[in-house]
Design a protein around this ligand. Sequence first.
Ligand code: GLU
Length: 427
Amino acid sequence: MQAQTETNQATNDGTENLDVYSSTQAVIKEALTQLGYDEDMYEILKEPMRVLSVRFPVRMDDGSIQVFTGYRAQHNNAIGPTKGGIRLHPDVNEDEVRALSMWMSVKCGIANLPYGGGKGGIVCDPREMSFSEIERLSRAYVRAISQIVGPTKDIPAPDVFSNSQNMAWMLDEYSHLREFDSPGFITGKPLVLGGSQGRERATARGVAICVEEAAKVKNLELKDARVVIQGFGNAGSYLAKYMSDAGARVVGISDAYGALHDPKGLDIEDLLERRDSFGTVTKLFKNTISNKELLALDCDILVPAAIENQITKENAKDVRAKIIVEAANGPTTTAATKILDDKGTLIVPDVLGNSGGVIVSYFEWVQNNQGYYWTADEVDARLQEVMRHSFHSVYDTARRYHVNMRVAAYIVGVRRMAEAARWRGWV
Ligand code: GLU
């Protein structure tokens, strides 16, 4: 086991391994070992049970046809249907989608949701496409994967660069194909189509709850605490608002093009007004700093809310925050986690930190199944209950097993899945 972990920290030429797939497998293995499971269980959980790769044509506005590639990975359905978002991004690739489906299993396990993990992706750049091209793309993708998804099979949702509009088109396409109204097929829908109150902000709300709990265990007062947020998309931007509402000072934010810094605290309302739908805002300012400088800013709490592999063994030593709450998936590498652990930084891992999104997706699906809808306060109260409970079960597990919160999150997250697989007689 030890050898396995080490190979995931460095490649043969000594450079850092940034492969999210093999590092995810290593943590799953470590968690199963801690739980006393043998190689057979790892064999089942180390890869998704099903991965579909599709190519489908889409007519572009100029009349030409472009063929897109998409994926849908379903990690494990021992607990129930698989669940997870669909990302629209030029860097989407099969290994990433596979890893992300495993992370979804762990997230659902931590929050005790009756799901396994799934994930989808389309290789495309929606920032360069028109509204109607994105509509045709969304519909064509659903037609391509329709055989393996459904409200009791695999339930998609938004992810990077996809939103409630994509979900509405996908729902509409699916309902046409199946010839019945099927709101539980997908979550993250607009309210009028069976969406849930609070879903749009759910990821950020969950991160904010983790920040509160982490601050408590670190004896840090949230009022006036200095917060840096990398990324100003759905999670990052709403989180900035939650943090400034809680009296914290958001001293740095960034997008893909640069970062803004003000030690007195940035004007978040103004930035929220001016950001575009992809979270771009820094282009409007002159005195920007780089993302690298942003991560090294003097602050109490750092929230990476952008993309993978941002805190690496190169820059981990420069990070000054006492608490890191991962809102993005996979922002901290294995080697960086080790450096930060040694410094005493508390890292709340992605599978816990950003699980607010899938938790409220579950609430949305429950409401669709019941045909009975909850108020915003009811959703928030239930989200708080699940998030705070999840945080403390991971925190307590870390102490009990003498491991960091990432390994603890996997211990909590894979436990139910492994148990379910055993009851079903798969192992
Ligand atoms: N894409 C989000 C995630 O990675 C949400 C998934 C969902 O709501 O099913 O957790």
